[in-house]
Design a protein around this ligand. Structure first.
Ligand SMILES: Nc1ncnc2c1ncn2[C@@H]1O[C@H](COP(=O)(O)OP(=O)(O)OP(=O)(O)O)[C@@H](O)[C@H]1O
Ligand SMILES: [Mg+2]
Length: 186
């Protein structure tokens, strides 16, 4: 399994966000984490990336304890999380170049700070799926995307699944229905 969690639990103060959570995600699979605002979806993704220490249980991603400070771990795990950001002054092409990637993004050739929220989101997602990875973690990837871009999003996740294990947190039921092999409800 590329992602494995056993008896995973995170408590914030007095409240358990989730507990006794088992997760097994192989390459070729997508797990969708769903649930109301504040239910702990982002926290679970953070736990898979090493940004949130579990209160109990174990988690292993690409055979390691998640630690985003580890270059080898970061290389294997591609993410778009809440706080993922772009370089304001860089164009899409410059962002791709920085990731060692070439190719058309279909986005305007302007600084990211001048782009719309949906265009910036598309650029973040494009960078995340095009770089090599074994795991893809996306927190509400549908946010700010229009209907056309949401269709594109389902396609790029399906494509990413061919080579990696994918976990998304999402509020968009049609996306979950299209891409998810397992659904975790928090
Ligand atoms: N660093 C923190 N310190 C204290 N509480 C936190 C922290 N991070 C998150 N929480 C709390 O944990 C709960 C779950 O937050 P989380 O962001 O994981 O929810 P979510 O399911 O992603 O919600 P949304 O759908 O709004 O994105 C919330 O009640 C939040 O206030
Ligand atoms: Mg969230």
């Amino acid at each position: 399994m590329v992602i494995e969690a056993s008896g995973l639990g995170v408590r914030m103060g007095e409240r358990w966000l989730f507990r006794d959570l088992d997760l097994a995600v192989a390459a070729g699979e997508c797990v969708a984490v769903v649930g109301a605002n504040g239910s702990g979806k982002s926290t679970l993704l953070h736990a898979l990336y090493g940004l949130q220490e579990p209160t109990e249980g174990t988690v292993s991603v690409v055979g390691r304890t998640p630690d985003e400070r580890e270059p080898d771990f970061r290389r294997a795990v591609s993410v778009v999380l809440d706080d993922s950001a772009l370089y304001d002054e860089y164009t899409p092409e410059q962002h791709m170049h920085m990731l060692g990637l070439a190719g058309e993004t279909g986005l305007p050739d302007i600084a990211s700070v001048e782009m719309s929220a949906g265009q910036r989101r598309r650029l973040l997602l494009t960078g995340a799926v095009r770089r090599e990875h074994r795991v893809l973690l996306l927190d509400e990837p549908e946010r700010a995307l229009d209907a056309t871009a949401r269709g594109w999003l389902a396609e790029i996740i399906t494509e990413a699944k061919k080579t990696s294990a994918v976990v998304i947190a999402s509020h968009h039921a049609p996306l979950v229905a299209k891409v998810a092999d397992q659904v975790v409800r928090l």
